[in-house]
Design a protein around this ligand. Sequence first.
Ligand SMILES: NC(=O)c1ccc[n+]([C@@H]2O[C@H](COP(=O)([O-])OP(=O)(O)OC[C@H]3O[C@@H](n4cnc5c(N)ncnc54)[C@H](O)[C@@H]3O)[C@@H](O)[C@H]2O)c1
Length: 344
Amino acid sequence: MNILVTGGFGFIGTNFILKFINNKNINILNYDSLTYAGNKNNLTSIDHYSNYNYIIADVCDRKLVNRTIVKFKPDIIVHFAAESHVDRSIEDPFQFINTNIMGTSVLLNESLAYYNTLNDEAKKRFKFIHISTDEVYGSTRGESFTEDSNFSPNSPYSASKASAEHLVNAWNRTFKLPVNIVNCTNNYGPFQYPEKLIPLTIINCMLNKPIPIYGKGDNIRDWIHVEDHCDAIYNIIINSIIGEKYNVGGESEFKNIDIVTTICSLVDKYHPSDSAQTYSKLITFVDDRPGHDFRYSLNIEKIKNTLNWLPKKNIHDGLDSTVKWYVDNKKWWMNLIKSKESVL
Ligand SMILES: NC(=O)c1ccc[n+]([C@@H]2O[C@H](COP(=O)([O-])OP(=O)(O)OC[C@H]3O[C@@H](n4cnc5c(N)ncnc54)[C@H](O)[C@@H]3O)[C@@H](O)[C@H]2O)c1
């Protein structure tokens, strides 16, 4: 099975590749332009694998996308590449529109051109799997969102991801490109760029810096360990029904303040402060983000019932191992926060 992974040097892409590259029936080509969020060092341990290769290129580059697809002949395309940080989308929306909307349209178009050249057997194997987010549904104070819920994105990031989903659906309905969409909640785990809440909290504890929390920290997010998300994507690759979208979540909803205080106590355990004080003293409430969604919540019954997938990692074990990973891999994140693109 040839899998073209876009954005494989990012957080989820890296975890996906490392998880499945040991299966020698799988060849992976990683297509990534190495923005600030991409890190080549994540995958140097598999550089010598004969079933892994990468190309540094932009998903908006039509010619390169075309050449790559024609040469690699993917059975599966897993499209992770995106601008992914909401705060950055408020400061500079246009890069989000470019990569997340234009880039997705280029990939869809070149995938379709390639798909139309395949014989019937290869056509049956082909799937374009688009990785999207729970944020496209907007915020809820009531019921969890199902796959049939309407879109109501509030940030430039979620609006760009919602737009990309419309395009993916259009390429399926109009041109019959075989697609699936995965809407996932907040991922956590190793290799996440340190601007996101969980790694930022761990790192600020270790550097003894204030831990900023928007508003009063009451906003609610569902958290899923990245390995569970990667397993769900693999299950979708193997078992999905073409044209369907699947909500994926950890069924672990917490207020931001509760996640942050839990992390502080885990850093207390693995990297105690010299002053013997708890790191939760570093928590600093800051002005709320404009358009900050109160609660994201997904109903994941469809993937549970139709594909027999369940999140396996308990949040407490998952956070414990994640904190330990960042404590043990200080060099990894120090290199990132020293880089000139870092805003940390
Ligand atoms: N992290 C989460 O909690 C989460 C939750 C739900 C959905 N998602 C979605 O999953 C996907 C991956 O998220 P992530 O957290 O790994 O993101 P990330 O920001 O860590 O990584 C993005 C990767 O895409 C690459 N990239 C960016 N622009 C590119 C371009 N124009 N051409 C080629 N490569 C480009 C970057 O270099 C980087 O390696 C995204 O589509 C995101 O919207 C993420």
